[in-house]
Design a protein around this ligand. Sequence first.
Ligand SMILES: [Zn+2]
Length: 124
Amino acid sequence: MDIRQVWSLVRCSGRWAFPLFNLQCFPDLLEACPLCHESNVRVDHLLLSCSGCIHLRAQIPSEFLQRSPLTYLFADRPGPCDPHIPDPRVEYVASALALAAAAYSALGDFEHISDLLEEVQRAM
Ligand SMILES: [Zn+2]
């Protein structure tokens, strides 16, 4: 997969770019974050405050995340025209979405986190 597609789709749509990870949904809002389970989250939660990808955010220079993180991540097109030159912003957005998509698909047949939690409670 071209990680720039992920970055571009998140940038232009503001949605969880799950179709690029072979998921059959393109949500704006999730009932719960697939990584940290915070409720009613948009993709900016994942990129700016989700505890589930804090290790990825550690690679971004902190001065950018403290000042205007969305501007830093999305204001400009990826700098280098050569797709072989890494852009940390593109890599961060794509990695965070890949992690979230994997966790989301791991929910399997459970359409909503609440269904999964009910199932877990019944099993206890
Ligand atoms: Zn989260």
